[in-house]
Design a protein around this ligand. Sequence first.
Ligand SMILES: NC(=O)c1ccc[n+]([C@@H]2O[C@H](COP(=O)([O-])OP(=O)(O)OC[C@H]3O[C@@H](n4cnc5c(N)ncnc54)[C@H](O)[C@@H]3O)[C@@H](O)[C@H]2O)c1
Length: 353
Amino acid sequence: MKKDNIVITGGAGFIGTNLAHRFIKNGNAVILVDNLSRAGSKKNLQWLNRTYHGRFKLEIMDLTNRCRLEEVLQSAACVYHLAAQVAVTKSLENPVMDFETNLTNTINILEILRKLDNPPFLLFTSTNKVYGNLHDIILEKSGQRYIPGDRNLEKHGVDEKFPLDFYSPYGCSKGAADQYVLDYSRTFGIPATVFRMSCIYGPHQFGTEDQGWVAHFLIKVLLNEPLTIFGDGCQVRDILYIDDLVDAMVLAYKYSKETAGRAFTIGGGPNLGLSLNEFVNKIQKYCDSFPQVVYEPWRLADQKYYVSNIQRFRSITGWFPKIETDEGIGRLFNWLQLNRELISSEYEKEKIA
Ligand SMILES: NC(=O)c1ccc[n+]([C@@H]2O[C@H](COP(=O)([O-])OP(=O)(O)OC[C@H]3O[C@@H](n4cnc5c(N)ncnc54)[C@H](O)[C@@H]3O)[C@@H](O)[C@H]2O)c1
């Protein structure tokens, strides 16, 4: 069997759709695997079908369909494993579902790959949540944000050497899968890489209160609804525009000899860090008046400060984020405006659910 396909699990999700867009546009053979369970995934698929009709293969299936998954993976040169339960909140409501979706499905993929003669490259999308709530970092308040007392940390961010400290069922399921991927690479020689990603944002993101806060805030602004911030809004995140992430994902495969067996913290880095309050200030230009903000108690496992140190990946591939925050937010807001009807209908469905 020819093994030249780029397989993307979760291919109709936010990141999957953008990654598929890049590979299909470049003429690669792409297979998308998705059960269309996430809000917006059907809409993303409709868009991919309209844009690239007949130029990619689609497997609408759950990852638990192991026989079918095995057939698909046998034809792969490269696998981007993105399909997941993506929200801490949902993992608290149903930890077993979270475990099965994130960990069992990942081990099944690893087992299928282990038995292949020449296993394809695998990229697993992990999360900054594997570092826990990072409450050991001493913080000071400066204006509308927290800054670390350790100036070196402020300058460079959290790197891969930080101790793992899984917190919340989501943190555990993603963190355990992250460790299995690295161990299958070490023990069985599967060329696999882990991206520990912070906040990614951009078109095709149907952000909700549970996950995808950048898009969620902009949707609220568009619909003229108040914003809810959990905590005091001084928490800092580094945000990364999707095109920059897609560049990194393509490079991880291109440099697979160097990236295999390693984890990388991937995000906007210190230059693209901002607090939620600062974000609200930035987006007021899209509103008629200053957006109404409601402050609620902190959520479990929330980090007060998380900025990725992106040096390890940069030193191997030369990658660095190119899209400035204002530019990226503007692009996303334009996309949301153009797709206002689509966004409102998904948003209403989510509210009812
Ligand atoms: N977006 C971010 O900011 C971010 C940050 C850190 C990590 N990640 C990780 O990146 C990956 C992609 O995130 P995203 O934002 O694109 O999420 P998303 O929810 O938009 O996409 C996930 C896709 O997986 C599909 N899916 C879920 N369970 C499935 C199953 N059992 N079988 C088949 N398909 C299934 C969903 O329908 C959806 O289309 C996830 O693994 C997530 O944990 C994302």
